[in-house]
Design a protein around this ligand. Structure first.
Ligand SMILES: [Mn+2]
Length: 418
């Protein structure tokens, strides 16, 4: 006998957009509806591939609903699965923990939501599958939930459903910690995990899988997103594959501007990188950020005219299925004083001496902070607090000085080496 199941997690349906409105031309509607469209792609995949069971490992909702539309939407999609004879087994995670949700709707008949009080086992007798799991009762679950998971049931394919950070994942809150060794000991065939948004096959014996989220929601969630499709033959897992579901692709691109001294050449290099990412996105809307790196004579001009450069790129890309969120500057002024006139070389040498004399640099920055409002152009990144530059790490203080120097040289018409 052969059947298939789908394992997905972290749908974060209708998750809100953070600060996108402040970006010119942001495709707010496309981003707002992306999590729903990706879930519809999952439903269609399940029906098309005639899967028997869909497992959802927590964070189905991003948090409490502002009204009932999110819940009604999900119920409708789950019923589509029910109409196709597909069962659904799910748990809550930290975002949709029982305590987080004030509104509730009854689940359709084909849906089993496992208990948040203790591990619960749901048997699918026709498939000879046992799904064991426990949802989050509150947002911060700090104990190892698997300590009380039952041991594997003989004669069944045993699946553990769990929302967890395992023994620590950078960038993810350490909820329901447990170890790979601990999971192994329980003796299941497949651990359907959720919480970590980056896809990862942690182990193949037994299978321990994070499918990642089904749709990236911001620039830190880049690359293809989707679910895991598992084939079971004669009671054993015979195939595990990744299925892409996202409708909008995020990409963080890097362009080496090192040695480029012509604006058109740099623009062409960025367009080439964006075009390659669009090819990978295969027709989906691409939301991208471009980071420019390297020592270039264009640095001073970029610091001064970044918005102009971005606007020019956006004009080139208009009409394409791409949104350039921003161009991020990680370029440097070429450090050599060769080919510069006396005034420019003097300024360059002065700033370099400040790199070496931290105390003098810090007192200069403290003075600047008190007297001046620094222009946003020389911000080291988006979220940096520039009202207190003296609190930045040394490397960023130096970068701030370098960018200020670049700005001055450019305004003096001395940005590039002769
Ligand atoms: Mn989570």
């Amino acid at each position: 006998m052969e059947f298939r199941f789908i394992h997905a997690a972290d749908l974060h349906l209708d998750s809100p957009l953070h600060g996108l409105e402040r970006y010119e031309g942001a495709p707010v509607e496309a981003i707002r509806s992306a999590t729903r469209q990706a879930f519809e792609a999952l439903v269609e995949l399940a029906i098309e591939r005639e899967v028997s069971l869909v497992l959802l490992a927590g964070d189905i909702y991003d948090g409490d609903w502002k009204d009932f539309s999110t819940g009604l939407y999900l119920v409708k999609q789950l019923k589509r699965l029910g109409d196709a004879g597909i069962e659904v087994c799910l748990i809550s995670g930290n975002h949709d923990a029982q305590s987080q949700m004030t509104k509730r709707l009854p689940w359709p008949d084909n849906v089993c939501s496992l208990s948040v009080r203790k591990p619960e086992t749901r048997l699918y007798e026709g498939l000879k599958v046992a799904v064991h799991g426990q949802g989050f009762v509150r947002r911060e679950v700090t104990d190892d939930l698997t300590e009380h998971y039952p041991t594997a049931l003989p004669g069944y394919l045993n699946i553990g459903l769990l929302h967890t950070s395992l023994d620590g994942k950078p960038g993810h809150a350490p909820y329901a910690p447990c170890t790979v060794e601990g999971l192994r000991r329980i003796g299941y065939d497949y651990w359907a995990l959720g919480h970590v948004h980056q896809r990862e096959i942690v182990s193949t014996d037994p299978w321990i899988v994070y499918p990642g989220n089904i749709q990236g929601r911001h620039i830190r969630e880049t690359g293809p997103k989707g679910c895991t499709l598992v084939t079971v033959r004669d009671g054993r897992i015979s195939d595990v594959s990744e299925e892409v579901l996202d409708v909008l692709r995020w990409a963080a691109l890097t362009v080496d501007a090192g040695g480029i001294s012509d604006r058109d050449v740099l623009e062409e290099a960025v367009i080439t990188a964006v075009t390659a990412a669009m090819d990978e996105a295969a027709g989906r809307l691409l939301a991208c950020r471009v980071r420019l790196e390297g020592a270039t004579d264009l640095h001073a001009w970029l610091v001064d005219a970044r918005e102009e450069f971005e606007a020019s790129l956006r004009a080139r890309l208009s009409g394409e299925a791409v949104w350039l969120q921003r161009a991020e500057l990680a370029t440097q002024l070429p450090l050599s004083t060769a080919g510069r006139d006396e005034a420019a070389a003097g300024l360059l040498a002065y700033v370099q001496s400040l790199h070496e004399d931290g105390a003098q640099r810090d007192s200069l920055l403290a003075g600047v902070a008190a007297e001046l409002k620094l222009p946003r152009d020389i911000a080291v990144d988006d979220e940096q607090d520039l009202t207190h530059p003296e609190n930045l790490p040394d490397a960023q203080k130096n970068k701030l000085l370098d960018d200020a120097l670049a700005l001055i040289l450019n305004r003096l018409g001395k940005g590039a080496q002769a």
